[in-house]
Design a binder for this molecule. Sequence first.
Ligand code: SF4
Length: 415
Amino acid sequence: MRASLLHHARTSHVSRAFLSRTLTVSAAAAAGPVSVPSVKMAASKSQSGSRVLLGMSGDELQQVALDLGQQSYRGKQLHHILYKRKVKEIHDFVQLPLEFRRELQEAGWSVGRSPIHKAVTAADGTVKLLIKLEDNLLVETVGIPVEDDKGSFRLTACVSSQVGCPLRCSFCATGKGGFSRNLKRHEIIEQVLAIEEVFKHRVTNVVFMGMGEPMMNMKEVLEAHRCLNKDVQIGQRMITISTVGVPNTIKRLASHKLQSTLALSLHAPNQKLREKIVPSAKAYPLDAIMKDCRDYFLETSRRVSFEYTLLAGVNDAVEHAIELAELLHKWGRGHHVNIIPFNPIEGSEYKRPYKKSVLAFAAALESRKITVSTRQTRGLDASAACGQLRNEFQKRPLHAGTDHQQSQSEVAIAS
Ligand code: SF4
C-alpha cells in the first residue's frame, strides 16, 4: 500500500499546517481548570467505564503490574506491547502469561483501541479514517503521506480532539454539524495508531487540526501529547496544536513549555472582519490573541504559525495582506503565515479565490518579510481538510450504522 501512496504523494510539500482549521472562542467553555499532565495520571476510563491502558506512562503501567501482584518488569512489557507492538486487545498480549492477561481483564482493564469503521483513500494517497468509538460515535482522522524532493517520507496524522465542534466558524461544516463530546486521551492517541496501522508506517508528524477545538479539551489533549511524545516517540517539534483562540488557554499552553508549534487560525487582519468569519472571536479581541501568541513565542521559542483561509472577495485582497503584515510586525517576530485557499463546500456562502489572488496575497506578505507557505490542494481536500471542510461525514455528530452515515460513506467513496 505504501508504494502506491508514495507514488501519489510526490507533491512538493504539504506543510504541517496542511489542514486548515479554525477554532472559536467560548470564554465560558474555556474557563475550566486545565491540569498539567503529571508523572502520575489516573487511568483514563472508557465510555463503558473500563480502565484504559492506552495513554499510560511506563511508570504507571509498572504500577498496574505491581497492583496485580506481578513484578514491575511486566509493566515494561505492557508498555512495549502497547506502544511498540501496538496490540489492540488484551487477549492478544501473547508475551504475557495467560493468568496475567486474565487478571487484567477481570480488574476491568482494556486497551482502549477502537475499530476502523471506514477508510477512504484519495488518488494522492491521503487517507481519511472514520473510527467507531465505544459509544458508536464516529470520529475522523486523516493520514497524509508526503515524500519530499530529497526522498524523505513523512506521514502526518491530522487528529480530532472532539466529536463535532461547539464552535461555529462560518466556513466550517464541522461546527455546523453540532457537538457531541470531548475525546478522551486514548481516543486521540488511537487515531495516530490507526493511521500507522493503515499505512504500515510510523507517523512522523501530528497536527491537532481535525474535528473540534483542542483548547476546549486541553487536559486530554495535553495528556495525549505527552503519550505521543514520550511513549509513541513522536518528537514534540513534530506536533502542532491548532486553535482559533480560546481565552486564557494560549497562556496555559505556553506555561507547559512544549516544543510544539502553535497554529493560530486567524483568517482576518482586523477584529471586525474576523468576527464575521469567526463569530466567537468577539470573546477574544485580536490584540489579546496577538499578545498571547507573542508570549507563547517568548516562552517557548517556538514560532507561531498563523493560518489564513483565503475566501474570495472577503479577506483575499492585497490590502488585507498589507494589513496582516502590519499586524504581525506590530507584535514582533517569529511569525509564519500558512495560506489556505478555501475549498468550496456544499451550502457555503464562500468561494474559492482565484489563483492570481492567492499569488498576489502571498507576494504582498513576502515583500513585507513575512514567511509564507501556501497549502497545496490534494485529492481529498474537499472532504478531508479537517477544520475547514464541509465534510460530508460531519454534518452532524456521527453515529455508526445510521442510514445517514451509510449514504454519506458512499458519497465519500465516490468522490
Ligand atoms: S472544527 Fe470548525 S467550527 Fe470548530 S473550531 Fe475548527 S474550524 Fe471552527
